[in-house]
Ligand binder design. Structure first.
Ligand code: NAD
Length: 322
């Protein structure tokens, strides 16, 4: 299993992780066990996924069964958009730690550069984007990102998290964070696949020792399943794209493995999600083959700057806007 060194702490982050977005609550415990048995060493969680307590049951199971030790498991979670004010950051982390049954996280990420009006945990959890729980518009609470970042740094000082990171941001905001960060962001987690290659952002982050974690490596697959996008005139499903399928024939691998390998060869970590036993195993088999330069180039050429997870589409809030 490969790792990426996180420069601010020196800790190694596993290149392969398992993502828990949309994993049904009753399946989480078993899936943690299956993922650890299949070789995953990183669990990518978030308060917003609404399943941290059940993931916590799985973590307890793998530790109790002696399948892994706490220090060999890398657990990530994310601060939700209702809790960006400095007095709310630690409150949110404490709930996540309690649900996961842990006394520290390996990585805590600010989920989106979007702050919405505070909803106390006792009122609704996870709160989602809408103050009234329904929408259709979020109530934006304009908290400076620096305020949230400084509260995140205090969590490191207190030993509650080992590393802190950012997500869903473009290069200009990352430049800003780097200008004031006492503790630099260890990780930038972004949507990354051949339809959205983000070359400039990946280059800038890596040049500045910010490791990249790629999410939604299978492009539309994750969003088709919740009706957020439909294959049509704009794109064919990435897992069925002829370029991907041709490379699969050449390297004798599945489309999913080729897409994950593409990100790994760009020096990124990956966190695929699956609820199928067979795919949990096959998605982890990424470290015994290589894509050639021309195979990498032909995947890079598919770029159309297409974000499937674009808050402008579902909130009318254009964080990636030009
Ligand atoms: P993903 O790209 O991992 O795709 C998941 C979908 O692909 C599922 O529908 C699954 O059934 C299907 N799939 C899985 N393996 C397959 C295979 N071998 N062949 C064919 N289909 C397969 O998408 P994701 O869940 O959006 O992203 C992965 C993880 O990234 C999430 O679970 C979450 O942890 C994280 N994430 C973070 C953010 C963020 O804002 N930071 C946003 C989205 C996702």
């Amino acid at each position: 299993m490969e790792n990426i060194e996180l420069k601010p702490s020196g800790q190694l982050m596993p290149t392969l992780g398992f993502g828990f977005w949309k994993v049904p609550n009753p399946m989480c415990k078993d899936i943690v066990v299956k993922a650890v048995k299949a070789g995953y060493r990183l669990l990518d969680c978030a308060s917003d996924y609404g399943n941290e307590a059940e993931v916590g049951d799985g973590i307890k199971a793998v530790l109790d069964q002696g399948l892994i030790t706490r220090k060999d498991l890398f657990v990530t979670s994310k601060l939700w958009c209702t809790h960006h004010r400095k007095e709310h950051v630690k409150v949110a982390l404490k709930r996540t730690l309690a649900d996961l049954g842990l006394d520290y996280l390996d990585l805590y990420i600010i989920h989106f550069p979007i702050c919405v009006k505070y909803v106390p945990i006792e009122e609704r959890y996870p709160p989602g984007f809408y103050y009234d729980g329904v929408g259709p518009k979020p109530i934006i609470d304009p908290v400076p990102y620096q305020e949230t970042w400084q509260a995140m740094e205090e969590l490191v000082d207190e030993g509650l998290v080992k590393n802190i990171g950012v997500s869903n941001m473009a290069a200009a905001l990352l430049m800003d964070v780097l200008s004031y960060a006492r503790i630099k962001p260890a990780v930038l987690q972004i949507e990354l696949h051949p339809y959205c290659t983000r070359n400039q952002l990946v280059r800038f982050a890596q040049e500045n020792d910010v490791a990249i974690t790629a999410y939604s490596s299978f492009g539309d697959a994750s969003y088709q399943s919740i009706g957020m996008v439909k294959e049509g005139k704009d794109f064919v499903s990435l897992l069925n794209h002829n370029t991907v399928l041709n490379i699969c024939d050449q390297v004798e691998r599945t489309p999913a493995q080729v897409l994950l390998r593409w990100a790994v060869q760009r020096g990124c970590a990956v966190i695929p999600k699956s609820a199928s036993d067979q795919r949990i195993v096959s998605n982890a088999q990424l470290f015994d083959f290589n894509l050639s330069e021309s195979q990498m180039d032909s995947l890079n050429d598919l770029n159309i700057n297409l974000h499937f997870n674009d808050p402008d589409k579902y909130l009318g809030y254009p964080i990636f806007g030009n």
